[in-house]
Design a protein around this ligand. Structure first.
Ligand code: GLN
Length: 484
């Protein structure tokens, strides 16, 4: 039962083959068995889950169930969940019980989904390996000596090890897609503004976006039907109709125009990964798609630009964690200055401090024009590259990440190498576009992800394109040996 997709579990719940309480109990047992090794969950909300599952069983009997009613789900610990510890992977919030619910998690609860717990993540979502978490590293279920990717590493490892049938993640520069690639799952970062950020602890507000982590594109569509939509409590959420994301999954992709950016296939890409991606593109051609080389000339500027914009925004967003309004407070402060400096010094980890320092520097009066303003201008150029590309192609494809999962500790002391893990994903956030990562094969037993980038609000097409590939292949259904 634990290897079934949500679409299959939903059918099993409706037919009465299994109840939500049974299904939830099964996943809770798997979490207890495997979480000590994998460390994917920070909090396990067992009592609350069993209560929600019992309510879901009533609802399933009553006939007003949604496709997610009774389905267990894990939420990244970046979403505020009322009455439940919400840490964002930081010591700063180790004692924080959220007093309100994020829109995203509230929508899942309203649909009848059952929250199993809150998942581990890089501290304040800053990282590509899940090693910056105050709660320790998460292990990749495919090889426990390796990282699962980050920052949504806990969510992704939980789903990959079948400790949850699906999870939520957030993606500021690649944090859904890169771990999905490294753990062999389907992950979707929607268009900026498609999913409400209300109650999602802010990292870089102009880039952050929540999305689903699932086995299949079909399951991602089921989650998107719940997550997407306007929210008057988020001023950046877009008032635009939400399509039925499952409606177009089965459309033919005959004649689909795929753009392959030449900058995504240059020397920085591992040649074994390149071969996997080329084979996936061939599979698309066999399904009737046409391929065209394109150019995104400003690709190389995306990572450096992001590391001006994202730290700038995080330095302002994280100023609220001062030991007074929010967050950890040091013992016996001498005076106010001592309270601020020691509380922040003790509460934040090294990577978060590094970003805050970069951010305050690039925003300071003497350097604003040279760094922040310049970065905003380059950001526009990056968006223009995509705009021009989408005049001639329907989707853009390439690798999600430049390598497969790396060893724990391998890049932890080398921030710049770590930052380059997101070389193919970050430009998408800078432009605000939607993109998915889908499992496309393995190199030496480790999963490889194919990235599919779409035009604004074209999530239905991305899911359709992913689903058609998943009808022709079974990479997305592979389960690591220990978790079958
Ligand atoms: N790895 C990138 C960073 O550390 C992206 C993180 C994210 O998408 N949240 O900023």
């Amino acid at each position: 039962m634990h290897t079934k997709t949500i679409a299959q579990l939903s059918a099993a719940l409706r037919s009465g083959e299994i109840s939500s309480v049974e299904l939830t109990t099964l996943f809770l047992a798997r979490i207890k068995q495997h979480n000590p090794a994998l460390n994917c969950y920070i909090s396990i909300t067992e009592a609350q889950a069993l209560e929600a599952a019992a309510a879901a069983d009533q609802r399933l009997k009553g006939g007003d169930a949604t496709p997610l009613t009774g389905i267990p789900i894990a939420h990244k610990d970046i979403f505020c969940t009322e009455g439940v510890k919400t840490t964002c992977g930081s010591k700063m919030l180790d004692n924080f019980i959220a007093p309100y619910e994020s829109t995203c998690t509230a929508k899942f609860a309203a649909a009848g989904a059952v929250m199993l717990g809150k998942t581990n993540m890089d501290e304040f979502a800053m990282g590509s390996s899940n090693e910056t978490s105050y709660y320790g590293a998460v292990k990749n279920p495919w090889d426990q000596g390796r990282v699962p990717g980050g920052s949504s590493g806990g969510s992704v490892a939980a789903v990959a090890a079948r400790l949850a049938p699906a999870a939520t993640g957030t993606d500021t520069g690649g944090s859904i897609r890169q771990p999905a690639a490294l753990c062999g799952l389907t992950g979707l970062k929607p268009t900026y503004g498609r999913v409400s950020r209300y109650g999602m602890i802010a990292f870089a507000s102009s880039l952050d976006q929540a999305g689903p982590v699932t086995y299949s594109a079909e399951d991602a569509a089921l989650l998107m039907n719940v997550m997407a939509g306007f929210d008057e409590r988020d001023s950046t959420s877009v008032e635009r109709e939400v399509p039925d994301y499952t409606a177009e999954l089965t459309n033919s992709i005959e004649g689909l125009k795929i753009g392959l950016p030449k900058e995504y296939f240059d020397d920085g890409l591992d040649e074994n990964i390149a071969r996997v991606i080329e084979r996936a593109i061939k599979a698309y051609e066999a399904l009737g798609a046409v391929v065209k080389e394109i150019s995104l000339p400003n690709t190389a500027l995306a990572v450096p630009t992001y590391y001006v914009v994202a730290p700038a925004e995080c330095s302002t967003n994280l100023s609220r964690f001062d030991g007074v309004r929010f967050g950890h407070r040091c013992d016996d402060p001498k005076d106010l200055f001592d309270l601020y400096t020691r509380s922040r010094g003790e509460g934040f980890g090294a990577e978060v401090k590094r970003r805050i320092m970069i951010g305050t520097y690039v925003l300071s009066a003497g350097y604003y024009d040279a760094y922040y303003l310049k970065a905003q201008k380059i950001r526009r150029l990056i968006s223009e590259d995509f705009r021009a590309a989408f005049e001639t192609v329907d989707v853009i494809m390439g690798p999600t990440a430049p390598s497969t999962a790396f060893k724990l500790g391998e890049k932890a002391d080398d921030p710049v190498t770590m930052y380059l893990s997101d070389i193919y994903t970050i430009a998408v956030n800078m432009a605000g576009l939607p993109a998915a990562s889908i499992p496309a094969g393995f190199v030496d037993g480790l999963p490889v992800g194919l990235q599919v980038i779409g035009n604004y609000f074209d999530e239905s097409r991305l899911l359709n394109v992913a689903h058609q590939y998943q009808q022709a292949t079974d990479w997305h259904l592979q389960v690591p040996a220990e978790f079958q």
